[in-house]
Ligand binder design. Structure first.
Ligand code: CP
Ligand code: NVA
Length: 309
């Protein structure tokens, strides 16, 4: 059973294949075609945190593909009403795929091991692989072949940054992270990158100008992620020198793009001038979440053939 928990679960060739399916489905969508590749398949969403993009793009995506979506509420009692094993074994009898947004990455890992259907990570405190796939697909569309290009990430070395770094390694991109020392990748994650993507050209610095110097795109994410709200004041102070503003963008190549996973905290990690400026591709990134989720679903479920045990 294949799951998508982190991008370590996909080989470079599999990512290329997902991008090819995404491209095909996007072209058809733009012609008004909704190819029903997954008729009757059922996707369940288990979300412990709010979501616009991930939830709606997955739900619309499976419907486009001829399948159905079940957005499960608290009443199913994940982690509270019965054991993780009973919950996972039973839920996966009813549905073909489960998309999970969990407060704790470990809770997702614990669930997946008991599921007899694919489980997809729709964001945890550790990782956001579907975001990174859509972003790299978008960058390939708008900036040309990824291999050899640099993605600069300015801000918190958190879930989005971790997945992007892994994705860069899988697609031959360089990854430059500029973050305050205590918000850079920890030793365990640097070791995971070295193991999984040994050829990744990884630059880690506290100097945003150094990170953006050769960037094809400058990426940022909120300084205070969901669940960290109590730290917001401290983080605002620590991250202030890491704001992506016009001054910082002037140190990047003139054709560098600006990227953000959204939602943004405008005036904190990015100024209006940059996020609404000509270099910004944030809306294209969000739009491509739909096409990329469909690519992921079609690849993951299509590969399973018509039935499951
Ligand atoms: N980027 C992203 O995952 O957005 P949502 O939190 O709205 O799903
Ligand atoms: N780092 C952010 C990403 C939101 C899509 C968070 O976890 O809240």
């Amino acid at each position: 059973m294949r799951h998508l928990i982190t991008l370590a679960d996909l080989s470079s060739a599999e990512i290329e294949r997902i991008f090819a399916i995404t491209e095909d489905l996007k072209a058809k969508y733009q012609e008004g075609l909704r190819e029903p590749l997954l008729p009757g398949r059922v996707m369940a969403l288990l979300f412990e945190k709010p979501s616009l993009r991930t939830r709606v793009s997955f739900e619309a995506g499976i419907i486009n593909l001829g399948g159905h979506s079940l957005f499960l509420g608290d009443d199913v009692g994940w982690g509270s009403r019965e054991s993780m094993a009973d919950f996972g074994r039973v839920l996966s009898q009813y549905v073909d795929v489960i998309v999970v947004r969990a407060k704790s990455h470990q809770k997702l890992v614990d669930l997946a091991q008991f599921c007899n259907c694919s489980v997809i990570n729709g964001l945890t405190d550790y990782d956001h692989p579907c975001q990174a796939l859509a972003d790299l697909y978008t960058l390939g569309e708008l900036a040309g072949p990824l291999a050899g290009q640099t993605l600069a990430f300015i801000g918190d070395g958190n879930n989005v940054a971790r997945s992007l770094a892994m994705g860069c390694g899988k697609t031959g991109m360089r990854f430059a992270l500029a973050a305050p020392k205590e918000y850079q990748f920890d030793a365990a994650y640097v070791a995971a990158l070295a193991r999984e993507v040994p050829d990744l050209d990884l630059v880690v610095t506290t100097n945003p100008r150094e990170a953006v110097r050769d960037a094809a795109a400058v990426y940022t994410d909120v300084w205070t992620s969901m669940g960290q709200e109590a730290e917001a004041d401290v983080r605002r102070r620590i991250f202030a020198p890491f704001q992506v503003n016009a001054k910082l963008m002037s140190h990047a190549p003139t054709d560098a793009l600006f990227m953000h996973c959204l939602p943004a905290h405008r005036g904190e990690e990015v100024t209006d001038e940059v996020i609404d400026g000509k270099a910004s591709i944030v809306v294209q990134q969000a739009a491509n979440r739909l096409h990329a989720q469909k690519g992921i679903l079609a690849w993951l479920l299509g590969a399973q053939g018509p039935g499951r045990e």
